[in-house]
Design a protein around this ligand. Structure first.
Ligand SMILES: Nc1nc2c(c(=O)[nH]1)N[C@H]1C(S)=C(S)[C@@H](COP(=O)(O)O)O[C@H]1N2
Ligand SMILES: [Mo]
Length: 448
């Protein structure tokens, strides 16, 4: 049997790559084997007699492996199940050099190896400003109070038990850090989709609409136009959220993620879910909601998470994640093993609602074809798209361009830089380009 764990391959990291070669290989290996398999399956379908002959004498079909001739392992060997050992390369990764301490860093989700739209909880990206904590749910409290007594009839403190008795909702939403793709504003900086787009995840969250809690405390919507959300960690993470978002019923305090309690790294036992809004507002280890009548201008909205514009001014409170998409396979660091058929697959999302259409180009944006959207397409959730491609073995540039239900179309780098310049960190939703060369190597490039 082929040693499936090593997955050697030729890889050329992107320019200015700051990852060690072995890390790049490990990242890329996460998906390459599937490309190989899908190619084999497709070529088998197209040339069945040839493929059948090629398989003659394959020991993997002629000889029974040990797993077919022995007793398997008992149930509950792992009381909490784990992925196959053969999948050990598919992990969250930290970008070396991005932050001095791991407690104030990011780990990126391995988008190149994920299917569908749900991010397995163990592979959800992480962004902590002051490290993560495993908070004792029996001692965790959520307080609702107001900046002024006239905004709220009474302040309340909820235990987790009290929150979990209230009417709940379960909804699938993406969360994207505002800094996702932030290294790429001026030029190509990182080699793989894990690092260009991996501050992105999508889960089914379960919890209680914040509206329910505010109304339980007797909020006066006429006066109370903002809320401030605060976390229980040491980062003093606080963000202002406009009351219209709360009143719409979309914002909720979540304790559930993909059918179980939140993971500690993602805010166990309680986090705010603010659909469509950048990750920083999704306050983890949520301990307090203050109702107010104006924006709070906290450090995380007045000084951080602001957009430097070409005219030298800063844009603040630009919280909605605009429509964006990326091809996740094939993508940077992967290798196409031979010419022929490939299923090109990716993700699209919009902070303003549903994805309406995704177009894909194989020639750097000269010609576009509409991709298949995997349904049901959901509000402020990732949407998976797929499109067939027969690679002729010649150089190609793969791009995806999403449109949301408002009619907004994802911009090219040229279009985005005209408005936003090149000095920003946050809110880069440009079209991503992957270049394929004759030997099948895929690299990150930028097309204006
Ligand atoms: N309390 C608290 N909430 C927080 C943060 C934090 O450091 N502390 N980080 C924020 C940022 S910047 C992002 S992008 C998201 C990341 O959520 P995740 O770690 O579950 O992916 O959480 C947000 N909520
Ligand atoms: Mo973030």
């Amino acid at each position: 049997m082929r040693d499936y764990t090593k997955q050697p391959g030729r890889l050329r990291p992107a320019p200015e790559n700051f990852l060690a070669e072995d890390q790049v290989q490990a990242v890329a290996a996460g998906r390459r084997d599937f490309l190989r398999k899908s190619f084999l399956a497709a070529s088998a379908a197209m040339a069945a007699p040839l493929a059948a002959r090629a398989n003659e004498g394959d020991p993997n079909i002629l000889n029974l492996p040990a797993w077919s001739t022995s007793l398997g392992q008992p149930v509950a060997t792992h009381p909490y199940g784990m992925p196959s050992k053969f999948e050990h390369q598919l992990v969250r990764r930290e970008s070396p050099g991005l932050a001095r301490v791991g407690g104030a860093s990011v780990s990126f989700a391995p988008l190149q190896g994920l299917f569908g739209i749900i991010t397995p909880s163990g592979l959800h990206f992480e962004r902590h400003h002051q490290g993560w904590q495993d908070v004792d749910p029996t001692r965790h409290r959520l307080m609702i109070n107001a900046s002024d007594d006239s905004l709220l009839k009474k302040s309340k403190v909820y235990t987790m038990d009290e929150l979990m008795r209230l009417p709940s909702v379960s909804r699938i939403h993406f969360i994207e850090c505002g800094a996702n793709t932030g290294l790429e504003w001026g030029n190509v900086a990182v080699p793989t989709v894990q690092y260009t787009h991996g501050m992105l995840s999508c889960s089914e969250f379960t919890g209680v609409p914040l509206k329910t809690l505010l109304e339980d405390c007797g909020v006066d919507y006429k006066k109370a136009r903002y809320v401030l959300a605060e976390g229980a960690d040491g980062s003093s993470m606080t963000r202002t959220i406009p009351m219209e978002m709360v009143e719409s019923g979309e914002v909720f305090v979540a304790y559930g993620q993909n059918g179980e309690m939140l993971r500690p790294e993602n805010g166990y036992p309680l986090r705010l879910v603010v659909p469509g809004v950048q990750g920083v507002s999704w306050v983890k280890w949520l301990r307090r909601i203050e109702v107010g009548d104006m924006p709070y201008a906290t450090k995380d909205e007045a000084v951080h998470y602001i957009d430097l514009l070409p005219n030298g001014l800063h844009r603040q409170y630009s919280s909605i994640q605009e429509c964006k998409s990326v091809i996740t396979t094939p993508s940077g660091g992967q290798t196409l093993v031979a010419k022929g058929f490939f299923n090109v697959s990716g993700l699209a999302w919009s902070g303003r609602g549903r994805i309406k259409q995704v177009d894909v180009s194989f020639d750097g944006g000269l010609n576009w074809q509409t991709a298949r959207l995997e349904g049901p397409v959901q509000n402020k959730a990732l949407t998976r798209f797929n499109i067939n491609w027969v690679w002729d073995g010649k150089p190609a540039i793969l791009q995806s361009r999403a449109m949301d239900e408002t009619g907004y179309v994802q911009p090219s780098y040229g279009q985005l830089r005209k408005v936003r310049g090149t000095k920003s960190i946050y809110h880069n939703n440009s079209i991503q380009s992957w270049k394929v060369v004759e030997n099948g190597e895929v690299t990150n490039v930028q097309v204006l």
